[in-house]
Write a protein that binds this ligand. Structure first.
Ligand code: NAD
Ligand code: WQD
Length: 333
């Protein structure tokens, strides 16, 4: 089986390539490298001892995508922009890249009669919790343009399935991906100031940042700081493999990929210090606009439909993050 992986050079995509190659799949990575390095793919080859076919291209270019995708049996679609703050400042870029890009990809798939797709959605589609944990029937309403693009793409996929019930579609709603491959060869390498907590903590540990800003300690949570469901990127990668394997029959299904456990910012900082023996100086600052106090997944459906559950704990997430960061102090150079 040959799988077309859009955004396969990126953080989650590169780890999923490892999982697929190890399971015997062939992969074709299609990425415009707007937020990634070709080095990640060389390292995927080093980890697996297998080769990755790489095509530098943009999902918004339907003609090129239609040609590149020829001969593939299915698609895992990671390509897109993902920074919430940036999406508020540049909504058109986000709608163009994520929504228009996905439309072009789906048309390229249709032209080649490829009807199997696993799509990267996000827990952000649930918005402010009406109840917790989030299960898949929680109402969907997001609060920023990035989340809106994910929701619109989900709706496009549901409509597509209604129009042609031979499609095999899996929508995966990730919670908070962190960690790295255990080799430390691949990991998360944000450009500029990290938006997310774990990469920021890792850059403080390596000395690239002086201290962490903890965004608010007055939330209604066990220690006042924000609570999230962190999920190891290799667990996410195995979730994609399970999702592909579950697409043996036509469907359009949305599934949470989370651990079901909520940890606060301070829980994560303390776990990181314990796992790495590195000090993490921090200061408490005002809340970040748009942040939610607490959310975590109900991962039951993933267990029931995919036979998947998170295997790696917070300690391992911190150790593997540090392993990548300490081996690659400046990321992929
Ligand atoms: P990433 O930025 O590391 O990877 C995305 C990849 O897509 C990059 O390699 C980038 O170069 C490529 N890309 C972007 N636009 C493209 C285009 N128009 N054509 C071709 N390639 C393009 O991000 P990631 O963290 O690996 O996320 C992968 C997917 O998962 C994204 O769709 C993201 O929205 C989703 N997601 C991520 C998180 C997270 O916190 N990391 C959480 C939930 C969902
Ligand atoms: C986690 C917690 C912050 C940074 C975002 C997107 C979401 C998804 C994952 C793609 C919160 C706190 C953070 C810092 C801090 N992405 N924090 N200091 O906001 O849950 O989710 O990334 O789909 O859509 O919104 O993740 O890692 O930014 O924050 O105190 O420097 O850490 O307030 O409580 P978030 P995050």
């Amino acid at each position: 089986m040959k799988i077309f992986i859009t955004g396969g050079a990126g953080y989650i995509g590169s780890h999923t390539c490892v999982e697929l190659l190890n399971a015997g799949y062939e992969v074709v990575v299609y990425d415009n490298l707007s937020n990634s390095s070709p080095q990640a793919l060389q390292r995927v080859e080093k980890i697996t001892g297998k080769s990755v076919q790489f095509i530098q291209g943009d999902i918004r270019d339907e003609t090129v995508t239609t040609e590149a995708i020829q001969g593939c049996d299915g698609v895992i679609h990671f390509a897109g922009l993902k920074a919430v703050g940036e999406s508020v400042a540049k909504p058109l870029d986000y709608y163009e890249n994520n929504v228009y890009g996905t439309l072009c990809l789906l048309r390229a798939m249709q032209s080649n009669n490829i009807k199997t797709i696993v799509f990267s959605s996000s827990a952000t589609v649930y918005g402010d919790p009406e109840y917790l944990p989030f299960d898949e029937i929680h109402p969907l309403r997001t609060t920023n343009p990035y989340g809106q693009t994910k929701l619109v793409i989900e709706e496009i996929l549901r409509d597509l399935y209604k129009s042609d019930t031979s499609w095999k579609i899996m929508i995966l709603r990730y919670f908070n991906p962190v960690g790295a491959h255990e080799s430390g060869l691949i990991g998360e390498d944000p450009q500029g100031l990290p938006n997310n907590l774990m990469p920021f903590v890792a850059q403080v540990a390596i000395g690239r940042r002086e201290s962490l800003n903890v965004f608010g300690d007055d939330y209604d949570t066990h220690d006042g700081t924000g609570v999230r469901d962190y999920i190891h990127v290799m667990d996410l990668a195995s979730g994609h493999l399970k999702a592909l394997e579950a697409l043996t029959f036509p469907q359009c299904t949305a599934i949470n990929l989370g651990s079901g456990i909520g940890y606060s910012v301070l829980d994560l900082v303390n776990a990181f210090i314990k796992a790495t023996d590195k000090p993490i100086p921090f200061i408490i600052t005002p809340r970040r606009e748009g942040d939610i106090a607490e959310f975590y997944a109900d991962p039951t459906l993933a267990k029931n439909l995919l036979g998947w559950s998170a295997q790696r704990n917070l300690d391992q997430m911190c150790r593997d993050t540090w392993n990548f960061q300490s081996q690659n102090p400046q990321g992929y150079v």
